[in-house]
Design a protein around this ligand. Structure first.
Ligand SMILES: [Zn+2]
Length: 108
């Protein structure tokens, strides 16, 4: 009887396995505290699916692709890293902390 209870307790105390961390859609790194949702196909073009990205990654996408370019990439199945600037960014950000965020809104 006592043993049975202990068994039950042991199971109850098993740490809840964390949901497998979804990597960033753009750079593939684990996500940090702040997660942005990005529309691979812009909402304005009828896209409803979102993917998790770092805020800095979303800004990079926004800065390098127009809505129609995003649609073209999504429909052709071309990774955004096909863009040289984005590819360079992904390589650069790979060495940064997951919550790294620099002000990219410069040069207005
Ligand atoms: Zn990212």
């Amino acid at each position: 009887m006592a043993r049975k209870n202990r068994d039950a307790d042991w199971h109850a105390e098993e740490p809840a396995e964390a949901v497998p961390a979804e990597p960033c859609w753009l750079c593939g790194r684990p996500l940090g505290k702040t997660v942005d949702r990005f529309h691979p196909i812009p909402k304005s073009r009828g896209g409803r699916d979102t993917v998790p990205v770092h805020p800095i990654c979303r800004e990079t996408i926004d800065a390098n692709f127009s809505a129609s370019e995003l649609v073209r990439h999504a429909q052709a199945g071309i990774a955004l890293t096909d863009n040289e600037t984005v590819a360079r960014f992904v390589k650069w950000v790979a060495g940064k902390p997951v919550d790294f965020h620099s002000a990219t809104k410069t040069g207005r």
